[in-house]
Design a protein around this ligand. Structure first.
Ligand code: URA
Length: 239
C-alpha cells in the first residue's frame, strides 16, 4: 500500500476534519500512530497497517465509502443541481467525503435504495451496459396487473422507440395493483415505460434491493448508513 501523509489520512478518514483541523489536532498532541504521539503533519504511514487514534479513539481505515441511502421523493440523484435538492445534501456531515457520487439513478419521484460511493471501479462495473446486477422494486399501479404482463416481462419487452429490454421478473401481489419487479439493467424510466407499454401507470416506485443488498427497513426516508462488510461483498459478487 502506498504511504500516506498523516494530515491527509486524518482529513480523508474523518469527513468533519479539514486538513488545517488535522494539523491542529497534531499540534495539540492528540494523535497517536501505533501508540506513539506524532505531531508532524507530514509523517508518512501505511494506512492499511498503521493504528491511528485521535484522543484515544482508533480510526478504522476505509479506502472507499459505500453508503445506503433511503431516498425520499423530490430529490435528484446527482452530485449537484442548481434548482432541486440532491441526494448528497441528505448525508450527515460525518458521511461526506470528496469524490462521493450516486452509483445509479432513481427518478426524482421514486424512493428507496440509492448507493453512494467514491469507488469508481465498483460504480463502473455496476453501471456498465454489460452489468446485470439485479435491482428489485416495489411498484403500485393505477390498474390491476395480470399474469399476461408477467409473461411479457419474462420474455423481454420492447418499449417505446423500439428499445428491447432484457427479461425481467414480475411478482404480482395485493389486489393485483401492487407488485415486485426485478430488472437486470437500468434504462431511463424503465419500469414506468414498461408499464406504459401495457396501458398501465406507475403511481409509486421504491427500490428495495441492489444485488444481494436489501434496503434496511429501519432507515427512514432521507436517512443513510454505511454498508457493512458482508453487504459490500453482496455488491461485488455480480458482473
Ligand atoms: N424505473 C423507473 O421507471 N424509474 C426509476 O426510478 C427506476 C426504475
Amino acid at each position: 500500500m502506498p504511504q500516506l501523509r498523516l494530515d491527509r489520512f486524518l482529513s480523508g478518514q474523518l469527513p468533519e476534519v479539514s486538513r488545517s483541523d488535522a494539523k491542529e489536532l497534531l499540534k495539540k498532541g492528540l494523535v497517536t500512530v501505533d501508540g506513539v504521539t506524532v505531531k508532524r503533519y507530514d509523517h508518512k504511514l501505511d494506512p492499511e497497517k498503521a493504528v491511528v487514534a485521535v484522543s484515544g479513539n482508533v480510526i478504522t481505515y476505509r479506502e472507499h465509502l459505500y453508503i445506503m441511502l433511503n431516498k425520499p421523493s423530490g430529490v435528484v440523484c446527482a452530485v449537484r443541481d442548481r434548482v432541486t435538492p440532491t441526494v448528497m445534501e441528505l448525508l450527515p456531515p460525518k458521511m461526506r467525503r470528496q469524490g462521493l457520487f450516486p452509483a445509479g439513478r432513481l427518478d426524482k419521484d421514486s424512493v428507496g435504495f440509492v448507493l453512494l460511493t467514491d469507488d469508481g471501479e465498483l460504480a463502473h462495473r455496476m453501471l456498465s451496459p454489460n452489468s446485470h446486477v439485479p435491482k428489485e422494486y416495489f411498484v403500485r399501479l393505477e390498474k390491476p396487473v395480470t399474469e399476461d404482463v408477467a409473461e411479457l416481462f419474462r420474455a423481454g419487452m420492447t418499449i417505446d422507440g423500439g428499445e428491447k429490454c432484457l427479461p425481467a421478473e414480475l411478482e404480482i401481489c395485493e389486489h393485483n395493483i401492487e407488485c415486485f419487479v426485478t430488472l437486470h439493467e437500468g434504462k431511463f424510466h424503465q419500469i414506468k415505460r414498461m408499464f406504459d407499454a401495457t396501458d398501465n401507470t406507475v403511481l409509486y416506485l421504491r427500490r428495495i434491493r441492489i444485488g444481494g443488498v436489501i434496503l434496511d427497513d429501519s432507515l427512514e426516508e432521507g436517512e443513510a448508513r454505511l454498508l457493512e462488510e458482508n453487504e459490500i461483498k453482496g455488491l461485488l459478487c455480480y458482473d
